[in-house]
Design a protein around this ligand. Structure first.
Ligand code: AMP
Ligand code: MG
Length: 300
């Protein structure tokens, strides 16, 4: 997935079980990459994307379950999150392929209603439909790794893939894990300035932002790697970054991407209707300090 994975286990751990859990984690991550990486031409997702047919396409149960969840979240976010954005991601220069078609032409094959998942079969209603699960797969990967660690008997750990996090139990100081939300300065270094710290235990947090992965237009303005699937254009809202807390990192990841597209007003309205999901929006400062807006249940 072109990113890093950090794992910390807390407590005393026999070396042998540590070795075993590490092997199982690596195996799980390799399985994930071979299913969901659009950068790997031999992956399951690449196979589906190259299948220009309206016939059913059989995929692994794991892949099918992520697609089903992605389509559910697409529906609930009014298409602000949409796993069929792949051709747009390519068009705007963030994908694995070059694309010279116009946005209007590309939009013919974009839209979450143009693909369905029944059991372990996916069906396109337009032969050009292509999936990009990058906005949910990292979170799913974090859940998967956390599951491997739990099954090995560990209760105190933190797992992070590319900024998406699950924390469980307590840290080595016997306190709840504390996670920092970065200040979304354009081009900020990893682990830069921390805007706010959040205690996290038994839950997941994911962040989407336009401040690290962006391109420049000829006029020097920036555009982000997150696309508004409704317009086909790079998302432009009042949000510099948005962090979501949920029970699963898969849901937090997809929701963060959707909320970035929706903006803080529409996003907060939606989040307040979803029990167990909270969000913190960091709004563009336009030269001033960043402003913060959080949903009513977001931890202080
Ligand atoms: P994230 O960092 O989780 O917000 O995911 C962003 C990545 O997901 C992008 O690099 C694209 O590959 C893809 N993507 C961009 N826009 C969307 C969208 N509106 N819905 C789903 N995936 C998207
Ligand atoms: Mg995401």
């Amino acid at each position: 997935m072109g990113t890093l994975c950090h794992i910390t286990l807390s407590g005393s751990v026999p070396k042998s079980s540590l070795r075993r859990v590490k092997e199982n984690i690596n195996a799980a991550l390799e399985t994930l990459d071979s299913a969901m990486s659009t950068w790997n031409p031999a992956s399951e997702i690449s196979g589906f994307n190259q299948f220009h047919s309206l016939e059913p396409y059989a995929v692994s149960p794991e892949f099918a379950s992520v697609v089903r969840r992605a389509l559910k979240i697409a529906e609930r976010t009014g298409g602000a999150f949409d796993p069929t954005v792949k051709p747009l991601v390519d068009h705007w220069g963030f994908g694995s392929e070059a694309d010279s078609e116009s946005v209007a032409d590309i939009m013919q094959s974009v839209g979450w209603q143009k693909v369905s998942a029944t059991g372990n079969e996916l069906i396109k209603t337009h032969p050009g439909v292509q999936l990009d699960l990058s906005a949910i797969a990292k979170g799913y990967g974090v859940d998967t790794v956390a599951g491997v660690i739990r099954r090995a008997g560990f209760e105190h750990f933190i797992v992070e893939i590319g900024g998406e996090i699950v924390a469980a139990g307590r840290n080595p100081k016997q306190k709840p894990w504390r996670v920092g939300i970065e200040s979304p300065e354009p081009g900020a270094a990893f682990g830069g300035q921390i805007l706010q710290a959040v205690e996290l235990s038994g839950r997941a947090m994911a962040t989407s932002g336009g401040y690290r992965n962006f391109r420049m237009r000829a006029d020097g303005t920036r555009y982000s790697h997150i696309i508004d699937p409704v317009t086909g254009m790079p998302a432009e809202s009042d949000v510099a970054s948005v962090s979501v807390i949920a029970d699963t990192c898969m849901d937090a990841d997809a929701a963060a991407t959707a909320l970035f597209v929706m903006g803080s007003a529409r996003g907060l309205e939606l989040i307040e209707t979803v029990p167990g999901v909270e969000a913190l929006f960091v709004l563009h400062g336009n030269g001033e300090a960043f402003a913060v807006r959080a949903s009513s249940g977001f931890p202080e």
